[in-house]
Every structure is written in C-alpha cells, then in structure tokens.
Write a protein that binds this ligand. Structure first.
Ligand code: NCD
Length: 313
C-alpha cells in the first residue's frame, strides 16, 4: 500500500496486514527500548495546515519509534503562508528526497491531490470534512482487542455526523468489519440522505431504550464549538439534554457497553468527566493503540507491504 488517503484505499488484506503489524509494534512500545530500525534512513514530513495535537504527536512519535528522520511544517511557520501552493511545497519536499508526507488540511481532497502527484507516500491525517483513515483504523483495532470480532457488534456514532471526517471514515470501516452502525444526532447534524439503511436516533435515550444491553460501542464525536455560530446547533445546553453522556445517563449505561471518543473531548459537553474516566471508557486505550497502528501504517506505506519490516516477536 503506497498511500492511505481514505478508507476505500484499504483492501481486506491491507487491513489484516496493518493490524498484524500493529500487534508487533504494541509489544515494542511496552519495552524499555521503544524503537525499531524499520525506517532508518527514511524521512517523513508532517504537513499540518490545520491545528492538531494528538494526531500530530502520535504520528511524530510513531515515525521516530521506527527510526525515521522527521520534519514538521506547520501552516503558521512555513512558506504555505507566503502563498506557496500545496503542489510547490510537494515538489520542494520531493527534491529533498522525503519518503512520505503525513498531511492534515482543511480542504477535502488535499491528501488525494498530493498522492496523485506520485512523488512520495501520502498519509491523510484528516482532510476537511472528508476522511481520517488512521483514526478509523486505530478505533477498529482498539475495539477488536476488546470484542475479539466486530461481526454483529452494534456501534452508535453520536454527534455531528454531518461535519465529521471521523464519522465518515469510521462508519465505513466499522461496517466493513461486520458491525451495525447507527447515528445518534439532531437532524441538522446528519447528511440530508444518510447513506444506506443505517438506523437513526434523535436522542441518546431513544437509542438506549431500543438497543439497551445490545449496544456494544457508544462512539462520541467532539462538538466543534466553531460550529456554534452555524444554525445546526441550537445551544450547548440543549445538545447536552439529548446527546451527552452525563453522569446520570452513565449510571444507566449497560455494563457491557464501551465508550469511545477520538479526542480532544469537550468535558462537560458531549461527555462528563465521570464518563471519560469510567471503567467502560476506551479513550486512553484508543490513544495507546493509535501509536502502534500509525507505526504500522507508516511502515507499510514506506517500507512496502509489511515485507521489509521485521516485527519483533
Ligand atoms: C479529530 C479530528 O481532528 O478530526 N480528532 C483527532 O484527530 N484526534 C476529531 C475532532 O477534532 O473533532
């Protein structure tokens, strides 16, 4: 797999290979010596044209754990700000013999445009409202560790589905792996014609009344406060009343349901502190798995089909 810009890029064999590599890398990350030479001598550039902390840090650490050299270009402090186009930046990086670029960009399709130039491997770290494939992979990997298989697992994605690249990539991958996906959102935060026959609920209470103990995963999206000015969100108080996992709802949540969130959490908006720290929450585990999965994606795209990579026993 040379590029990873969207979930549709992944074949079943790709997914299997990446998850297998991630298992090996997870073990590496538990050692005192948390590094392997898989990408020694290779260079990974991080092109972050939109703010990010956890995705950027996770990718940077992943590349370093694989012994790659890394360079970071952020929007505020690079020539992108001086009017250089993405394409010009790409040719400059290629002239410096960069092997891969991890890009986060506010425009949908930016990662695909970069990949089409054919200059280096491109990994999408989030492009506008479009896709965030490594988030989907790490979430699925993390859930698989807990459920063994996702065949028949019920996953409810709660929040602003319409504007969420996490929801778009996630829903595709959950379904590919056999899960049933429902959306829990106000009508203004759903696509006009939500794809397929996926069930839709307009409150968390309705979902829990219908699914109860059958609900395997409650996957919360971040409420993007930047959208408060748009007409899709009446007020945070109203949103909380219908869609937040409050302390009170947490007390009624089935024991077997797991709570997930891509971060950063707006504590007190979509999740109360108690829900983040609850024993049913996989949020820290998602971050832990994320590093191993991103190591696997970098190794596979740069070193080639897992072949060159020696996964330590
Ligand atoms: C998400 C993103 O930026 O797309 N966060 C992340 O990558 N961890 C979700 C979000 O910011 O809402």
């Amino acid at each position: 797999m040379k590029h990873l810009t969207k979930v549709a890029d992944l074949s079943d064999a790709d997914i299997e290979r990446i998850f297998k590599l991630a298992v090996g890398f997870e073990a590496v990350l538990e050692r005192k010596m948390k590094k392997v030479p898989a990408l020694a001598g290779r260079t990974v550039a991080f092109l972050f044209v939109e703010p990010s902390t956890r995705t950027r840090v996770s990718f940077e650490l992943a590349a370093r754990r694989l012994s790659a050299d890394t360079v970071t270009l952020s929007a505020g402090a690079s020539s992108l700000k001086k009017g250089e186009t993405l394409e010009d930046t790409a040719y400059t990086l290629a002239a410096m013999r960069v092997d891969a670029v991890v890009i986060r960009h506010p425009h949908e399709g930016a990662a695909d445009a970069l990949a089409r130039l054919g200059l280096f491997s491109v990994i999408n770290g989030g492009d506008g409202k479009h896709e965030h494939p490594t988030q989907a992979l790490l979430d699925a990997y993390c859930a698989l560790k807990h459920f063994g298989s996702l065949e028949g697992t019920r996953v409810a994605i709660v929040g602003d589905v319409l504007h969420s690249r996490v929801a778009r990539s996630g829903a595709q991958l959950w379904k590919r792996l056999g899960a049933t996906v429902a959306f829990v959102a106000p009508p203004t935060m759903l696509p006009e014609r939500p794809a397929g026959p996926d069930p839709i609920f307009h409150s968390l209470d309705d979902l829990l009344a219908e699914w109860g103990g059958e609900c395997g995963i409650l996957y919360f999206l971040r409420i993007q406060r930047e959208r408060l000015e748009e007409p899709c969100l009446p007020s945070l108080a109203e949103y909380r009343a219908f869609f937040a996992l409050t302390k009170e709802r947490l007390a009624r949540l089935p024991e077997s349901t797991r709570i997930m969130h891509p971060g950063p959490v707006n504590v007190g908006v979509e999740l109360d502190r108690e829900a983040v720290r609850d024993a049913r929450s996989l949020i820290d585990e998602q971050v832990r798995c994320g590093l191993a999965v991103r190591m696997a994606v970098l190794a596979d795209t740069i070193a080639g089909e897992g072949g060159d990579v020696e996964v330590p026993a």
